[in-house]
Design a protein around this ligand. Structure first.
Ligand code: ADP
Ligand code: MG
Length: 356
């Protein structure tokens, strides 16, 4: 990473005996779209609030451009913010809401007018400047909140689940808009969500939190394809888990056996022969076919049709239930409960997981 714009070292926040943040280290690069992803209660809001200056850390340090801001009040940090419960001012028009951060900073009236218009146009709310917040839909209010957060040209935008209250279609539209705003503005985004798909589709880098600890971080594709733990493999997308015995190794290929099924897995993990290995196999990496075509015999127990994809639960005698996800237009068979099938996968489809 080039010189980080923001660095967090050893961040600790306790509430009684609970560690909301448990020794968190994180660097954020300038211009990056970084997403904090984790289940409810994992510490996402606490971490973002500590960055914003709303939460005092019990231990640790936060630096912005290498200067220590650990004790600086929120207004001195100059971040743009869209937080839950940090709503629009209900008695101000849309225009005045967006102008507010500029007025506080005592900018010239002409600059305030120009910049307010520019920001409202950017979020496609230029025609709503004279409305009051209660005259807007939820999505429109979110856009205005975003315009307000950007109006004073912050270097970093902090966004805590800004789209979570919106319905699916609107959320998808605003995801595209946020993404294109990010590439237009060159601003650093630190974005919080508990929505895996949202994180995968928007981020340059995802940081996965659990119980106040960073579990794993990386580019969306790396995390999805190379999860390190059961938690990550299960939280980011779906996985089949197979507990296998390691029976051999050929350079970086580990040979494993579970309940009569053999798995070759590429890994740099150095586990000994005779040890157990936990494998993760993505449902879309499994193929389903007529009996005898693929490696393992199985029987369909449930089918769920999702339009573009179809999810099938098959039962293998030893391995039990396995989830298969296939493109509906691709299957050579019509899966239905009770149907005898065979299932297979490519050699690089499995990943070896570390213990959680
Ligand atoms: P997330 O945003 O990932 O859902 P939070 O950061 O809000 O999680 O919370 C992390 C943990 O800290 C949770 O267990 C939550 O209950 C606890 N917590 C957060 N804020 C407070 C508070 N002000 N007082 C006590 N516990 C808190
Ligand atoms: Mg939260």
């Amino acid at each position: 990473m080039t010189e980080p714009i923001l660095s967090i070292r050893n961040a600790v926040k306790r509430y009684g005996s609970l560690h909301a943040l448990d020794h968190v280290d994180l660097d954020v690069a300038a211009g990056e779209f970084l997403t904090l992803l984790g289940p409810s209660g994992s510490g996402k809001t606490t971490l973002l609030s500590a960055i914003a200056g709303f939460v005092d850390l019990d231990d640790g340090r936060i630096t912005l451009h290498a200067s220590d801001i650990t004790k600086a009040p929120p207004e001195r940090r100059e971040f743009g913010m869209v937080f839950q419960g940090y709503a629009l001012f209900p008695t101000m028009t849309v225009r005045d809401n967006v102008a507010f951060p500029l007025k506080v900073r005592k900018r010239a009236a002409s600059e305030i007018a120009d910049r307010t218009k520019e920001c409202l146009d950017l979020v496609q709310m230029g025609g709503f400047a004279d409305r009051m917040p209660h005259q807007l839909s939820g999505g429109q209010q979110q856009r205005v909140a975003l315009a307000r957060a950007m109006s004073f040209k912050p270097q970093v935008l902090l966004l805590d689940e800004p789209l979570s209250a919106l319905d699916k279609k609107l959320r998808a539209d605003l995801q595209w808009e946020l993404k294109s705003l990010h590439s237009q503005l060159g601003v650093t985004f630190i974005y919080v969500t508990h929505d895996q798909e949202e994180a995968l589709s928007m981020s340059d880098r995802i940081v996965i939190l659990k119980d106040g600890c960073i579990q794993q971080q990386g580019a969306p594709g790396d995390l999805y394809n190379r999860p390190r733990t059961t938690f990550v493999a299960d939280f980011l997308g779906k996985s089949n888990f197979i507990d296998a015995d390691i029976t051999g190794r050929h350079s970086d290929i580990l040979h494993c056996v579970a309940k009569g099924a053999a798995f070759d897995v590429q890994t740099d993990n150095v586990d000994e022969i005779g040890n157990k290995a936990r494998l993760a196999l993505r449902p879309e990496r499994l193929r389903i076919n007529k009996p005898g075509v693929e490696l393992l015999a199985a029987k369909v127990s449930q089918v769920s049709y999702l339009g573009e994809r179809c999810q099938v639960i098959v039962k293998h005698e030893g391995l039990g239930d396995l989830l298969v996800s296939c493109a509906t237009w691709q299957t050579g068979i019509k899966p239905a409960p009770g149907l005898e099938v065979s299932i297979g996968w490519d050699q690089n489809a499995c990943v070896v997981l570390a213990a959680d």
